[in-house]
Design a protein around this ligand. Structure first.
Ligand SMILES: Cc1ncc(COP(=O)(O)O)c(C=O)c1O
Length: 421
């Protein structure tokens, strides 16, 4: 099928609730390698938007591990097999105490959905506190705790069992400046008093919120407040885990915080469907008190082979350190460009998780939504793929596969410089 036929067939047979990137000029992707995607004509695109192929698109070591295991056997966790035990050991060794008990699932949504069940089993409470603009997944239960969805297009508003705390955005949020952490923590405390929730869910660095790096002390203070109110602190690392932030393997560590539950997805299997919930022995014991947990595909031998291969590649290719070095180079380049363009209100990020907030007026910080749309389109014409997000869709999101190099960063920075007024 050519590109036009593909689009027509999609339109005929797939729900129109699914979107297509660059609808005026969609990309018919046939191959990926490292930080590059290739279309049906062999045109190469620099992928700065896909954090799922974490160690690189179609990494040969992950492909080989999955294929080898698929050819041997694929079954479920009611059998004993080495991959499951080895993977649970390796993954928990990479997490701080007391996060030592895992359950494997098939996606970030499944991980957060299971976290919700664990919270209810542990606390007996149904109420949940969440950050404004957060996204935690596509199931009914998770749309309910995702302001990005329930307050967004087609959403039906905040359900009564959910409390929303402000987005900890020191640039354009309710409280501004590097010292705004304590004021955001107080907001969490106030919300917890209002509703006595079972959990406080947080994205340690917010994605749909607009690539937010919270102010110092926020996450640790908010988790402490949650525990003091009898709630479970949940860190959703589905977007940002596994070394992307550079200075640590997990973003919550870069914030000096430790959750009671961490949920993992996306990069964990480098595009193989895999997710995990890792929690404390206490929360795990509350969950294990009643019905059996069975998940047909979660933690299958093939899924574990994918997860193990990702950990091996991360270590062998020192990709966390690479993210730290290249991320710092990218941020420095973008900050230099920001000096020349009033439209760049803020450049922020950690490692290879970076945001550029575009504004029409640097004083009022008015979101430049249309400019962000035009910049994404202009970069696509240069075969550079970025996306945009934030409550006003004016934040350019950069979260490439980790092999993204300093030369790629220079190319991206130069293109942004060329296309901004
Ligand atoms: C922070 C966060 N949590 C959870 C999810 C859900 O993950 P999945 O789409 O793999 O189910 C997403 C997806 O974008 C996410 O960004």
């Amino acid at each position: 099928m050519n590109t036009a036929e593909l689009l027509a067939t999609r339109t005929a047979h797939l729900s129109s609730a699914l979107s297509v990137l660059y609808p005026d000029d969609p990309i018919h992707v046939v191959r990926g390698q490292g930080q590059y995607l290739y279309d049906e004509r062999g045109t190469e695109f620099l992928d700065c938007m896909n954090n799922v192929p974490h160690v690189g698109h179609s990494h040969p070591a992950v492909t080989e591990a999955v294929c080898r295991q698929l050819a041997l056997v694929n079954t479920n966790t009611r059998f004993l097999y080495e991959g499951l035990a080895e993977y649970a050991q390796r993954l928990t060794d990479l997490l701080p105490d007391p996060l030592s008990v895992c359950v494997f699932v098939n996606s970030g949504s499944e991980a957060n959905e299971l976290a919700l069940r664990m919270v209810r089993a542990h606390t007996g409470r149904r109420e949940v506190a969440v950050q404004d603009s957060a996204y935690h997944g596509h199931t009914t239960g998770l749309i309910d705790i995702s302001p990005y969805k329930f307050d967004g297009r087609g959403g039906s508003g905040r359900p009564p069992h959910v409390q929303v705390v402000p987005r900890p955005d020191p640039y354009r949020g309710r409280h501004r400046g590097a010292d705004s952490g304590p004021r955001y923590v107080q907001e969490v405390r106030d919300a917890l008093e209002r509703c006595r929730p079972g959990a406080f869910f947080a994205e340690p660095l917010m994605g749909t919120g607009g690539q937010i790096v919270p102010p110092d002390g926020y996450l640790a203070g908010a988790f402490e407040a949650a525990r003091a109110a009898g709630a479970v602190a949940v860190a959703d690392e589905v977007q940002i885990g596994f070394g992307r932030v550079g200075t640590s393997l997990w973003a919550f560590q870069s914030q000096g915080a430790v959750p009671d539950i961490v949920t993992l997805g996306k990069p964990i299997g480098n595009s193989y469907p895999l997710g995990a919930v890792v929690t404390t022995p206490e929360v795990a014991a509350s969950f294990a008190g009643g019905m059996e947990y069975f998940n047909t595909f979660g933690g299958s031998p093939v899924a574990c082979a994918a997860g193990l291969a990702v950990l091996d590649v991360l270590e062998r290719e020192r990709l966390q350190e690479h993210a730290r070095v290249v991320g710092a180079h990218l941020l420095a380049g973008l900050r230099a460009v920001a000096q020349r363009h009033e439209a760049i209100g803020d450049v922020r990020g950690q490692g290879l998780f970076v945001g550029i907030e575009l504004v029409t007026d640097p004083e009022a910080r008015t979101p430049a939504t249309d400019l962000a749309r035009k910049l994404v389109a202009a970069l696509r014409r240069e075969r550079i793929l970025v996306s945009r997000d934030g409550p006003d869709d004016n934040v350019i999101k950069i979260k490439p596969p980790l092999p993204f190099s300093a030369a790629d960063a220079d190319r991206l920075v130069a293109a942004i410089d060329r296309h901004l007024p």
